[in-house]
Ligand binder design. Sequence first.
Ligand code: NAD
Length: 527
Amino acid sequence: MSPFLLCRRHAFLRLPRQSHALSTLSLTARVDVPTLGEIDIPTGLHINGQWIAGRGEAFSTVNPATGDKLVDVAHASAEDVDDAVKAARHAFKTTWGMNVAATERARLINRLADLLERDAHRIAAVESLNGGKGIRIAREADVADSVACLRYYAGMADKIHGQTTDAFGGDKLALTLHQPIGVCGQIIPWNYPLQMWAWKVAPALAAGCTVVMKPSELTPLTALMMNALASEAELPAGVLNTVPGLGKSTGDAIARHMDIDKVAFTGSVPTGKRISIAAAESNLKKVTLELGGKSPMLVFASADTDEAAQWTANGIWYNSGQDCCASSRIYVQANVFDRYVNQLRKRALTVAIGAPSDERTSFGPLISEGQRDKVLGYITSAKEEGARLVSGGRAWPRSKGFYVEPTILANSANKDLRAAREEIFGPVVVVTPFRDEEHALELANDSPYGLAAAVFTSDTRQAIRVARGLDAGSVWINQYGAVHNNVPFGGFKQSGIGRELGTYGLEGYLQVKAVHLNLGVEASWPI
Ligand code: NAD
């Protein structure tokens, strides 16, 4: 290894000056990362600018492409969460929040983006190893989009402003201040560990909030690496704290904490409900939720069905189907149904399934053994309930990792098919025929979810009419899955509360204060 690389490796981690560690867990682990070789990865908690070992019992994270253990990671107990909240509160009152110029927040967030860009290969390799996604996609999508997200919100930090109103007239004036909410707990899932981190942390820091971040126990590594980069960027201690741990312990401690002002969550609907209850039962902290989906795509006979099949393939097999807005329910006009299914089947057979470390791989394993078995269970039950298996349907036989083949199920009439109603969160798409526009909308909206939807048609009026009629936070017309930092993302119905990205995402970390000025001397209504 060249001295330069050695030097970079040591520069990467800021080791603690002191530690209030109660356990013997090492604060870093040496991991053999494909394409990088052995590197040191932080495995402790990061609280108040220090790496410490948690008071909870350490947990293991696994390589989903092999099933082998990667490393043990520290587990934040409720007391550790409390320490993190105290650090975040102190930072909010002293070195962040309204005590620092917005331009300075912007500068530091931009610096963090620069460091992520510098370490793109390293972070992408770990993201790919821990989460199972193809390394090219981890680098060119997940890391690149996270850099862009940090820069987008860095640019917004000094563009936060309220309104002035002279509604009262005379000597009276009112104005609004948009102020940071305060200390934010952030709880994220495993399917896009780095991107979900960026979607949460970037707007929170730009708004002036401080953060206690809990990554998923299945994919904690890149969030910890990002906290190391935040220290290198010289973000003040306590502004960003990372507390890995399990949902029922660390996550619940965040949701119930009496001094957290807001919790922002991405994950499943049942967990979102639990977090809402915990928030209500504690200090009624503000809650935003990005939850699951069962997103429908409507393909009308006038559409280019081959093109629609390509968008479906991208929508359902990207990230191996572990995507909250995966195109998992396809409704196709009956007279083009068979043609479309054949076109989609051709795509299923050519998906680039392989090892995450291979640049050619676009389809990797599912995150865990449990997730793989859950997905296979849905395929079995769908066949028992009358669906026809068109393609795939098995664990991929060429690996001992948690792969499931790209799978298509054709459903003729069963409105209650579980695989067509419940979120599978795997590479399984159910295709069902419809008669006409009214029938298509009825089928699409018959769901407790409302995250995303799409319509394919060559009739512009129909496209707009159907887009208006779909119950979904995002609707795509003749395309699928476009997401941009400048466009809000979030759900109708049980798919969530609030929006991420765009100016809407920033608003989720601000609260509005009305300030009334009396510039005169007389009381309005003397008593
Ligand atoms: P999950 O709900 O099991 O876990 C998500 C996070 O919540 C993890 O960090 C977990 O540790 C934590 N958690 C679990 N129980 C908790 C509790 N009682 N209190 C506090 N925190 C708790 O979800 P998952 O399996 O990690 O992710 C998959 C789900 O996330 C899918 O349903 C998917 O649709 C959804 N998702 C939604 C979006 C979106 O933007 N809408 C994005 C990605 C994933």
